[in-house]
Design a protein around this ligand. Structure first.
Ligand SMILES: O=C(O)c1ccccc1N[C@@H]1O[C@H](COP(=O)(O)O)[C@@H](O)[C@H]1O
Length: 223
């Protein structure tokens, strides 16, 4: 599981202590959670082995993506804008760095019109397809799309995101787990401190509750 949109040392430590597998840094300057690549590298330097830093880009150019990935050791990319398959490949080496490709699923009934099978095929070089709701500002909107409208079988590793919280992540996992090769989850807004002006500031208790809910949902598949 991945906790995204981190800006503070304490939040990185809280995510690590809770048991996150990946930590996301938003390198999209227009985001309220944006950090510079230097800050991302500084925060990522706290990570113990086996926890992956993920650098989130929105329509950044290839040299910038490549330079950022080289600066944050062990990082992979998350492309969250209109990047084509060719642009994702060019910006990552090709093959030098791994990447996640975000699929922005329309909210409500319109989600049924999104061809996820084709999208996964078009981006078959991505390590996983990250599912997010189609919101203004490209992402991080805390909105969930209708998971039930996704196809029954997708030949890809998926990462569910978009409006996940400690309260709904179990439902999300149960809805999608059997429809793809593997399912991971990703959260940002749902583990932030309540109230306005807190984007990018995480709540350690909510991170712990989120991780516990994911573990409980996982356990229900193995029992
Ligand atoms: O967090 C942002 O501000 C952001 C900006 C632009 C693109 C994506 C962004 N966030 C990512 O969106 C998903 C879902 O977030 P949420 O849980 O609904 O808040 C996640 O990967 C965020 O990191």
């Amino acid at each position: 599981m991945k906790i995204c949109g981190l800006t503070r040392e304490a939040d990185v430590d809280a995510a690590v202590e809770a048991g996150a597998d990946a930590i996301g840094f938003v390198l999209y300057p227009k985001s309220p959670r944006a950090v510079t690549v230097e800050r991302a590298a500084e925060l990522a330097s706290r990570l113990p082995p086996f926890i992956t830093p993920v650098l989130l880009f929105v329509n950044a150019d290839a040299p910038e993506v490549m330079a950022s990935l080289a600066q944050v050791k062990g990082a992979i990319a998350q492309f969250h804008g209109e990047e084509t398959p060719e642009q994702c490949e060019e910006a990552t080496g090709p093959g030098r760095f791994r990447y996640l490709r975000a699929a922005r699923i329309p909210l409500g009934a319109a989600g049924a019109g999104f061809d996820l099978v084709k999208y996964a095929s078009d981006y078959s070089h991505a390590q996983a397809i990250l599912l997010d709701a189609h919101v203004e500002g490209y992402g991080g909107g805390g909105k969930a799309f209708d998971w039930s409208l996704l196809p029954p079988a997708v030949d890809a590793h998926l990462v569910l995101s978009g409006g996940l919280t400690p309260a709904n992540v179990s439902d999300g996992i149960h809805s999608l787990r059997t429809r793809c090769k593997t399912l991971s989850v990703d959260v940002s807004s749902g583990v932030e401190i309540d109230g306005p002006g807190h984007k990018g500031l995480k709540d350690a208790g909510k991170i712990r509750a989120f991780v516990a809910a994911v573990r409980a949902a996982d356990a229900s598949f193995s029992s």
